[in-house]
Design a protein around this ligand. Structure first.
Ligand code: R5P
Length: 306
């Protein structure tokens, strides 16, 4: 097997390579002078099981790098190409819920398939049904075991897991079960894109420590609004676990000013962290490495879900 990386998340790719005890294979993923992406794989991949690590968050160049790398590997006669997409971007428009909107997640799935990927490995898709947008095998990892491990060590008593919107309820329920904690739900509305407003909290949080479980933290609005409402409803300490740290400009500062004690995120995409902020970054590298090893050896991946 050979492991390649685009430019979106090279640090994670290097960490995965270390866990697998391999070196990152050599490829130039650069720009022509006019800004177009140029890709060249520098070693033979004929008959090889190729894994390309690349998250597809904005800018769209990240997605295009992945597509071009897949194409290069296929045309160089790789035996199998697996797109390893720690954060699958363009997932938020996943259905036609208004007139004249795209189903971006389906289009991106089509592009990855058309480029020649044989399979996909990803984590905590924004909506699990996006798996069905692919007509090639897709392994969907869950980050929950990583967060369960982390938060169990904090020994938080009287804990309630909070889903910050109906979209995250299944993930929060499964998490609550694993943590042996209660469950509550925030009734979140989006008056306009990127703005979150909380109406009510469904469930008992008074006098409890709470942990908000979400897949993405972007502007931070969802977490902050939820935390303020939870405090209003008598919650004690508030924590958050979000898989993908999209973190747009100003989000970290907003989280720092909020009543949240700690926000744990994974390194599925690059994160800037300072000593004083509330972010804790946990690596997903060993989980991805083990999944890659199992895919390569044709072993079960579902073992990793528990
Ligand atoms: C929404 O459905 C997602 O699960 C997240 O709650 C959302 O993407 C977070 O966005 P923001 O941090 O901008 O509120």
């Amino acid at each position: 097997m050979k492991l390649f990386s685009g430019n979106s998340n090279r640090l994670l790719a290097e960490e995965i390579a270390q866990h697998l005890n391999v070196r990152l294979a050599s490829a130039d993923v650069d720009r022509f002078r006019d800004g177009e992406i140029s890709v060249r794989i520098n070693e033979s991949v004929r008959g090889i099981d190729v894994f390309i690590v690349q998250s597809t968050h904005a800018p769209a160049d990240n997605l295009l790098e992945l597509l071009l790398m897949i194409d290069a590997a296929k045309r160089a006669s790789a035996r199998r190409v697996t797109a390893v997409i720690p954060y699958f971007g363009y997932a938020r428009q996943d259905r036609k819920d208004q007139p004249r909107v795209p189903i971006s997640a389906k289009l991106v799935a089509n592009l990855i398939t058309a480029a020649g990927a044989d399979r996909v490995l990803t984590m905590d898709l924004h909506a699990a049904q996006i798996q069905g947008f692919f007509d090639i095998p897709l392994d969907h990892l869950y980050s929950s075991p990583i967060f369960v491990d982390f938060f169990k060590k904090l020994n938080l008593s009287d804990l309630v897991i909070v889903s910050p919107d109906v979209g995250s309820i299944k993930m929060a329920r499964a998490f609550a079960k694993k943590m042996g904690a209660g469950l509550a739900l925030v009734d979140k509305r989006r008056p306009k894109p990127d703005v979150a407003a909380v109406e009510t909290i469904i469930g008992e949080v008074e006098g409890k420590n709470v942990l908000i479980r979400d897949d993405i933290v972007s502007t931070g609005g969802t977490l902050v609004e939820a935390a303020v409402a939870l405090k209003r409803n008598g919650a004690e300490q508030i924590y958050a676990a979000c898989t993908h740290p999209v973190l747009t400009a100003g989000a970290v500062e907003q989280l720092n000013r909020s009543p949240i004690e700690k926000v744990a995120v994974l390194n599925t995409m690059p994160v800037q962290k300072t000593d004083n902020d509330k972010l804790t970054i946990i690596s997903a590298a060993s989980l991805f490495a083990e999944a890659i090893r199992r895919i390569h050896l044709e072993k079960s991946v579902s073992f990793l879900f528990s």
